[in-house]
Design a protein around this ligand. Structure first.
Ligand code: GTP
Ligand code: MG
Length: 197
């Protein structure tokens, strides 16, 4: 799929105020600093459509972007940031869970995982939450430029083994690097196929 246009629509912390249109929507979620905003820039070939930073906690709001005038990409704040309470009920900022619970337009949530880090309970918990609520999701491994191909294979195999302890099958997954443009076409083709379903 070719991205012909990508426009910022709005930022807010209130799910009720998100765009009312029923255009198909795809949201990027994951721990702070995993590369959600960078991935949006990579997919849209826009350098600074979404704001990125080396410091965790850059994205604080729900950000909607309109792509090709007919679907939305959503950049979300990271979870697992130190400022968020650790009590299990409050692990995720309230509006992130509300976003996933309330957004009927959401076609697929992309859960981003930094390919350099060991599997983290908070990511498994988040996927569990999505699964329990019947919200479709895929996994996007980020920062693949940081590992050699063999190490990527090993990492993904280990990740699969862990996930298959709880899940019947491995969710659809993508290996990406925003700095090297890896995985861009795969993710865009996947979104295109879902848009045309
Ligand atoms: P929050 O908004 O704080 O939750 O972070 P985020 O998940 O949106 O991450 P962001 O895109 O701001 O990127 C965080 C840091 O990771 C930045 O310093 C990026 O340059 C870096 N980064 C993102 N993607 C990649 C990648 O594919 N490769 C490498 N090497 N660095 C990356
Ligand atoms: Mg961000």
């Amino acid at each position: 799929m070719k991205i012909k246009s990508a426009e910022f629509v709005m930022s807010n912390s209130d799910v009720a105020k998100c765009p009312k249109s029923m255009l198909p929507e795809y949201a990027f979620i994951g721990r702070s600093n995993v590369g959600k905003s960078s991935l949006i820039n990579m997919l849209t070939s826009r350098k600074s459509l979404a704001k990125t930073s080396g410091r965790p906690g850059k994205t604080q709001l729900i950000n909607h972007f309109l792509i090709n005038k007919n679907w939305h990409l959503v950049d979300l704040p990271g979870y697992g940031y130190a400022r968020v309470s650790k009590s299990s009920k409050k692990i995720f900022q309230k509006f992130i869970t509300e976003y996933f619970g309330l957004r009927q337009q959401l076609v697929c949530g992309f859960v981003l995982i930094d390919i350099r880090h060991k599997p983290q309970p908070i990511d498994q918990e988040f996927m569990q939450l999505l699964g329990e609520n019947g919200i479709p999701f895929s996994i996007i491994f980020t920062k693949a430029d940081k590992l050699k191909p063999k190490a990527i294979d090993n990492y993904v195999n280990d990740y699969k083994t862990i996930l298959l302890e709880t899940w019947e099958e491995m969710p659809r997954y993508f290996i990406t690097s925003s700095s090297k443009g890896i995985g861009k076409d795969d993710v865009l083709e996947y979104i295109d196929s879902l848009n045309n379903n």
